[in-house]
Design a binder for this molecule. Structure first.
Ligand SMILES: NC(=O)c1ccc[n+]([C@@H]2O[C@H](COP(=O)([O-])OP(=O)(O)OC[C@H]3O[C@@H](n4cnc5c(N)ncnc54)[C@H](O)[C@@H]3O)[C@@H](O)[C@H]2O)c1
Length: 351
């Protein structure tokens, strides 16, 4: 591997610009973004100009021919993740890919096999794990303060935060609505703190309650009602092999106070809330309330995620967000959609 890690970006939209590049790759030591690709030429040319990136592509297959590239960072709409990840691994590149890694278990499995075959690292960009609040909670739980978690309440709900670009609302590009888009953040982080128990069954519902009408004004402007083909609300109930359960709610539009991206873990030793860090326990029959302070001194979470990816690639460490964990997350989210279509609980065949 060259001394400087050479990176190619695929997808030059909002998250690539506002989080992966800036600060992200811009401040990652000994890393250099040498190429960028987007199917929209004006977008990619502006991106390359703004960040001084020498090589510009509108077809990622051309970008992947660059022998000098060590790794790629994919921020396209969800449904492009699988072909872009598979092509990148086949071209011998390490891959960081935005969430949701894919919208079906079968695609995640294909990616896992491809990464193994290529001997390359594949990391899902679950940046919420890299927040100071998450790092602190994980350490606190790992030290045994939470005890066995028997139930989790997981929320990713917004009053009127519906992302308008087609990449989110056209099912051909997104593969799902808020469940895949933001449910994935809170679910992944909660399962990570719970040490990823194996999900065995899911029951769920997914509906459009408001997005076809105009009674709730969107905070980010108007969306194309005709193109809108995903749910605006989903809820699910999950059972795990260890007996634990989890309830998830995800929405872009609903009558509530602002945005709620949070979870509560009910453990045998304490109950804890994320991201507030508030916990409740009763050691020696004394009721105790407390607060876990976030780990300090960190970069923004997206930047910490990129630094972790670069460090793992450079030093041959395992993926900081491994595909095996993402498989459980996507199995649950896909299960909610499937259960909603079938109108019954679905079993998950995972090992
Ligand atoms: N982690 C987070 O906090 C977070 C936040 C927002 C979005 N995301 C994820 O990032 C991804 C992109 O979201 P966004 O908000 O940047 O969307 P966006 O619509 O702003 O940008 C997507 C870009 O991908 C480009 N694109 C589409 N097809 C392509 C292809 N085949 N090859 C190359 N480029 C292609 C589009 O032209 C567009 O510029 C999604 O998967 C989304 O779920 C993550």
């Amino acid at each position: 591997m060259s001394k400087k890690l050479k990176i190619g970006l695929i997808g030059a939209g909002g998250i690539a610009r506002g989080a992966h590049m800036n600060p992200g790759w811009k401040i990652a030591p000994d890393c250099e973004v040498v190429a960028v690709c987007d199917i929209h030429r004006p977008t990619v040319e502006k991106f390359a100009r703004d960040f001084n990136i020498p090589q510009v592509f509108t077809d990622y297959r051309e970008l992947l021919k660059l022998r000098e590239l060590d790794a790629v960072d994919i921020s396209t709409p969800n449904k492009i993740h699988t072909p872009a990840v598979l092509a990148s691994l086949a071209a011998g590149k390490h891959v960081l890919c935005e969430k949701p890694l894919a919208v079906t278990v079968s695609e995640v499995r294909q990616m896992a096999l491809a990464a193994k075959k290529a001997g390359k690292l594949l990391m899902t960009a679950q940046h919420q794990r890299f927040r100071g609040e998450s790092v602190a909670l994980k350490k606190w739980a790992a030290a045994g303060h939470l005890g066995e978690v028997y139930h989790a309440r997981v929320n990713a709900t917004r009053r009127n935060g519906l992302p308008c670009p087609p990449g989110f609302i056209d099912p051909k590009l997104s593969g799902g609505g808020p469940c895949m888009d933001i449910g994935v953040h809170a679910l992944d982080t909660a399962l990570w703190v719970m040490d990823f128990p194996r999900p065995v069954s899911v029951s769920g519902t997914a509906k459009v309650n408001f997005a076809h009408g105009d009674e709730i004004p969107g905070a980010w402007g108007e969306w194309d009602r005709k193109l809108f083909g995903v749910e605006d609300f989903a809820a699910g109930f999950v059972r795990f092999a260890n007996g634990a359960t989890l309830a998830l709610e995800a929405s872009w539009l609903q009558h509530q106070d602002g945005e709620d991206l949070s979870f509560t873990l009910l453990g045998k030793k304490a109950g804890v809330q994320w991201p507030s860090g508030r916990f409740y326990a009763a050691p020696d029959r004394v009721l105790v309330d407390g607060k876990i302070q976030p780990v300090g001194g960190l970069q923004p979470a997206h930047t910490e995620e990129i630094l972790a990816f670069a460090d793992a690639v450079r030093n041959g460490r395992p993926s900081p967000v491994p595909v095996a964990q993402t498989l459980y997350v996507i199995a649950i989210l896909e299960g909610i959609m499937k259960s909603s279509r079938l109108g019954r609980e679905v079993k998950l065949a995972l090992s």
